[in-house]
Design a protein around this ligand. Sequence first.
Ligand SMILES: [Zn+2]
Ligand SMILES: [Zn+2]
Length: 711
Amino acid sequence: MIIRIWGVVQGVGFRPTVYRLAKRLGLRGYVRNLGGMVEICINGDAREFLDLLVRELRPPAKVEGYEILPGECEYRDFVILESGGEPGMIPIPPDLAICDECLKELFDPNHERYLYPFNSCTNCGPRFSITLRVPYDRANTTMGVFPLEGKCLREFTDPNSRRFHHQAISCPGQGPRYFLLDRNGLEVHGNPFEIAAKMLEGGSIGIMKSWGGMHVIARISEARRLRILLGRKQKPFAVMFRDLRTLEKYAKISEEERRILLSRERPIVLLRRRDRGALEEIAPGLPYIGAYLPYSAAHHVLFHHFTEDALIMTSANPPGLPMVIKNEDALKMKADFYLLHDLDIANRVDDSLVKIVGGKTAFVRRSRGFVPRPLPFRVQGNCIAVGAELNNVGAVSWKGRVYATQHIGDCDNPETLRFLEGAITRLMEMAGAGNPECVLMDLHPRYNSRMVARRLAERLEVEAIGVQHHFAHAAALLAETGVEEGVIIAMDGTGYGLDGAAWGGEVIKVENGRFQRIGSLSEFPLVGGDLAVRYPKRTAFGLFRAAGLEPPFEYPELWDRALKLAPRSTSMGRFLDALSFLYGVCDERTYEGEPAMKLERLLLEERWDSGPEPEIGYAGGRKVVELRPIMEYVSEGGSAAGAVKAALDGLLEIALDEGMRIGVTGGVAYNVPIVEYMKKRIPDLIVHSTVPPGDAGIAVGQIAYHSISSR
Ligand SMILES: [Zn+2]
Ligand SMILES: [Zn+2]
């Protein structure tokens, strides 16, 4: 039986009381915190147990209500589950931000854990990032090499302690330790946090080891020097603010954003920045800033010594490679100092990144705080999926559950590919997954992730099957929302189409488990192929030519001759890139999505009430949104918002003709003004809230496609 109890039930010794009672009665099962409630599962009579429990409770613990649900307990003993642990599913909890009680200890000068940078308890701290193998026992974590004795051991074995069975427990003196190295790798003696804070205030750039990886840290005014050091021309940096009040000086925060910023998953949140010159160098040309709050005890200790408002805290990785996790690799980063510790990182796990779009959480990266929890919906089939290429993630489905790996990165180098394969393999172990039916991959012949798919398929002796990119996006959206059929508008930078063209502005109808491309933007040439992705002026040229118009700017003659051989695209992302050039926002892409992201600022400012009527034509057996009226409108001085609105109106018109529910997915679904406009037109628009709309959601989408299409 399962009993759920609410009232004053958390942080008041409730679970230890339940534990002692269950042990005394010889029952098996578990107790855990669940949201604001406590959930108990026992192999005995629930009412009898409740009666006894109420008599045992001591104030302030108080039962205000309960419910009893049927449920089985396949446990050999009675256990207290870690928060975030899901019974009967994955036994390894994610890394969760330091809890209020641990924080109180951290700043209590009389407490033995005063300013102890590894302070954590059963409810908080690193877990996934330090777990080498299942089951989740101390010996299977990297904390296992540190002794568990004396007071520490007493807490671990005392059911009344907040650290009862806390596998990652550690104590000052016998746990891991932080130390500070100078630029030559020599240890600097003294309080490492105090010295690091002074150095940061003096303008030094440092590397700080955290839970699942390392960060480059510097004060905000060092952004320019940091760009040179890291070779990042324009790419935005994440910033950690001292606290919420301080952050409010720099950014506008909605209720929902506040909730997420303070959540125990504690992701980076993209917030509308207030117009402050100080942040321009952090996120050049962007209307948002990636902000988060301290999540580890060590962050709090650093901010205790550091006096300024915020620190740039962005993942430390050599260009294009995964985040650094080993101390010796950190020392190659040419920083002024290194604030490291001697607890090994078993699993690299980048900070999660979210943006509130149209009132819903859109995950850009679903990583620390969430992985390895399963996604909150079910699918059919036991599969492995390797995803797409950029910003990639892998996924595993087993017995109806879907698990996504942590953020992997861009699959354009052997190291990232090894990381992808290793992360999928470890996730299978953690999920207890057996041999899959198949390995799923993208159709793009040049995607390196396909090599990983083939290797896995060979090793597991199953087939590697390709899934069309936008079908995967659409399937992910349907699976996570539980909508069975609909018309999904999938808009992104690029995805390999069934006809070999670069799709990305697609209308996909899903009915009876069948996926069909019923419409798209009209095709246009990408002059110079990949060069057009880098220099959006080339795409703008292609758009005018496809519309049968003369471009309103100078261009090399050569481009006209290159038209014939140019790859064809229907991508909304490329269309936005071109507008970004045409409206003087961005003429070179130095990081993924840059021109379209910078255009968002303009689209937020402009009014969305003008623009040409869309024209729908036919090509290649589908409906297409004609480019001519849109490009004419642009060259006659129309607004960027008007041009985008016309393209969206065209896609929506095609979708509305089907009389089904309509959804939006793909990287363009991070664009706030675009999604808000679509929502205004389609109030019940289906949008993502758990699977990333961008390519980080492709692996889960491949699994969802397999599930939906084999129904
Ligand atoms: Zn805690
Ligand atoms: Zn995509």
